[in-house]
Design a protein around this ligand. Structure first.
Ligand code: HH2
Length: 384
């Protein structure tokens, strides 16, 4: 068994979505509906639940009950608080906290479903112009060899892309994109190596990939560029990654501006998740992604990494794509993308600590080592 397949039940990190009053109302309603189902769900024995929450939303009587049941309360930055308690105790208590059920029912839904272990997604660009590996895998035989190597080093997913989304990239015609990805998809369909994801904004390209065995559509536009995308994902029962991007690749880095980048990215993703649900994609098939480098300046990228836990308030798996990106060159001083491996390693480790569960990377062999360390520390209760 690959070492990454082993996992001991560790603490579960579950930020509560309680920054705003309307969330409380929304989750209050949903919470009541979710309660009975959540209570019946299996919990990993002895697992700890950790909840970050806004203390203004936790009443005195619920706090007393939690404390009496052995909860530990720890102050966190930005006026938040964290409580730590055995997940099964939390679930039992939750039934009795009446009006405060809004806080707990949402969170123990997450607590009772085992958090997935973080996995690596190897990047396979079949493009001539990608920012870091353009041209490397333009020949299908070389692309398949690259996929083989990534799978051998522990990539659970191979993400195949036929259109560069680097800043300033020009759009690629559908025929051209299909011609680029088809031979690689066919090769992987003949001899499967890992689960396949297709990195595209076009429904026609996604359809071809799904026909050839792909299970996940990685759409950097979150279904905004092609109205056929989300209905296709729903109809085919595929998974989808919904990423935040301000504008479109050609112009997105012109002058990125945010009032509060974490808030705006979270709100945008919330809206895209609602669009996917409305198209019929089930919640269990959706992952979200802050879109590092997509219409963001250095401080936006760093702030998003620092507050990744807040994205998890949406209760969905988070994909993180930091590999070799320009902000890591600025911070670490490496001009060439292929020299940014150490900076990428730091960002991947911090991303896992912040709750990312799918790490999209170029250097699978090196990042598998990073992931093994980050996971061991997380399993020992080390992530804040
Ligand atoms: N980044 C890139 C491409 N696709 N997908 C998701 N979900 N998240 C990302 O951060 C992301 C992505 C850009 O990286 P790369 O594929 O290496 O370059 P290019 O777009 O130039 O092909």
């Amino acid at each position: 068994m690959h070492p990454m397949a082993e996992r001991s039940p560790g603490p579960l990190w579950i930020p509560a979505p309680l920054g705003r009053a309307e969330h409380l109302a929304l989750f209050g309603e949903r919470a009541r509906a979710l309660c009975p189902r959540a209570l019946g769900a299996p919990r990993p024995r002895g697992a700890l639940a950790r909840l970050a929450f806004d203390p203004a939303h936790l009443g005195a009587s619920a706090r007393q009950r939690l404390a009496a049941a052995g909860a530990r309360f720890v102050p966190r930055p930005h006026g938040r608080e964290e409580l730590e308690l055995r997940a099964d105790t939390l679930a039992e208590l939750g039934a009795g906290v009446g009006g405060e059920v809004a806080l707990f029912a949402h969170t123990w839904r997450a607590a009772t479903s085992q958090a997935p272990p973080p996995e690596l997604m190897g990047i396979l660009n079949t493009t001539p112009d990608s920012f870091s590996d353009g041209g490397r895998a333009a020949d299908p035989a070389a692309a398949l060899e690259a996929a083989r190597s990534m799978a051998a080093h522990g990539a659970a997913w191979i993400d195949i892309g036929g259109e560069s989304t680097r800043p300033g990239a020009e759009p690629v015609a559908e025929d051209e994109e299909v011609a680029r990805v088809r031979p690689v998809l066919e090769g992987l369909a003949r001899s499967p190596l890992a689960r396949v994801s297709i990195d595209t904004t076009k429904a026609a390209v996604a359809r071809l990939a799904l026909d050839l065995g792909a299970e996940l559509v990685n759409d950097v536009s979150a279904g905004r560029m092609d109205p056929g995308m989300l209905p296709l994902v729903a109809e085919r029962g595929a998974g989808v990654v919904l990423m935040h991007m301000a504008g479109e690749p050609r112009t997105m880095q012109a002058a990125p501006r945010y009032r509060d980048v974490v808030d705006e990215v979270t709100e945008h993703l919330r809206e895209r998740v609602a669009a996917a649900l409305a198209a019929g994609v089930p919640l269990e098939r959706i992952a979200i992604d802050p879109g590092i480098g997509f219409g963001k300046g250095l401080e936006h990228n760093v702030t998003l990494l620092a507050h990744l836990g807040e994205l998890r308030s949406l209760g969905l798996p988070v994909l993180l794509g930091v590999s070799r990106k320009a902000f890591l060159g600025t911070l670490g001083g490496a001009q060439r993308p292929d020299q940014r491996q150490f900076a990428t390693a730091a960002a991947v480790a911090l991303g896992v600590a912040g709750g990312a569960t799918l790490l999209r990377v170029h250097d699978v062999e090196a990042m598998a080592q990073v992931l093994a360390v980050a996971r061991a520390v997380g399993d020992a209760g080390g992530h804040p």
